[in-house]
Write a protein that binds this ligand. Structure first.
Ligand code: SAM
Length: 239
């Protein structure tokens, strides 16, 4: 019996017939939260080898041993899109990471700007939030979450072949459009970028200043709305 709603990310190779030992946290989740037992099946993915069904061979306190069965989905290419966002307070940063993962970004880059409200994050916690969002939204990969970087350093090391869309609330024309090219969205802090920051960003040749509409959106809303626009590339499959 497969309970396909249960998908777990595992950071290990997926080899047919192999026995896999999950973390005690995952064992607790399967046994105590989802009340599964020996013989039940779940889905696993590792971001590289697609999605696989696996049968529970043993499940007890802190121990979950699974046998890998068959591949249920091959690894499919995911959008090559980064989110660079000025770090927000904890709850809003968590929300942005969760939503950006659901929307399909490949890299999440927190940025320190003059008006950011935080200067450090707990990367392990953000990674856990991102893994849970990837498991829930049926992605086959988990985005890379990079340590916070200062805006000047981000711009200095910016790859010339990647378009950087600056979400600029003062821009009234040129709405953000979907792009299947390597791209990134840059969203400012609640207080906005300073004039000097806007000038430095604008001086970078990869930057395209875009509007997300007439209204001034909260930073977390701008991140979600911007990504939804930018990643609206692959139309839904006709049933
Ligand atoms: N500085 C602004 C102010 O207080 O007047 C507001 C900043 S807004 C809350 C936070 C960030 O969201 C902005 O830096 C920008 O990147 C993005 N943003 C908000 N509304 C936007 C819009 N309509 N178009 C493009 N970007 C927007």
């Amino acid at each position: 019996m497969t309970d396909s709603s249960i998908r777990l990310f595992v950071d290990m190779p997926l080899i047919p017939g192999a026995a896999l030992g999950l973390s005690d946290k995952q064992a607790h989740y399967l046994g105590n939260v989802m009340r599964l037992s020996t013989g039940d099946q779940i889905l696993l993915f590792n971001g590289v080898q697609g999605e696989w069904s696996a049968r529970i061979k043993a499940l007890s306190k802190g121990v979950a041993l699974l046998e890998l069965l068959k591949q249920t989905r091959a690894q499919a290419p995911e959008p090559d899109c980064w989110l660079c966002f000025a770090l927000l307070k904890r709850q809003k940063t968590d929300l942005v990471v969760e939503k950006a993962t659901e929307l399909g970004v490949s890299v999440i880059q927190p940025v320190i700007t003059a008006r950011t409200q935080a200067d450090h994050v707990n990367l392990d916690r953000l990674r856990a939030i991102s893994i849970e969002a990837a498991e829930q939204c049926e992605r086959l990969a988990v985005p890379e979450i990079r340590p916070p970087v200062k805006l000047a350093a981000l711009l200095a090391g910016w790859p010339a072949d990647r378009a950087l869309y600056l979400a600029d609330e003062r821009r009234t024309e040129k709405y953000l459009r979907p792009s299947a090219e390597p791209s990134a969205l840059l969203v400012g802090p609640e207080g906005g970028f300073t004039g000097a920051e806007i000038a430095a960003i604008g001086a970078n040749r990869a930057v395209i200043r875009v509007s997300l509409g007439q209204r001034i959106l909260r930073a977390e809303t701008a991140a979600v709305a911007g990504l939804a626009l930018l990643l609206a590339t692959d139309p839904p499959q006709e049933s």
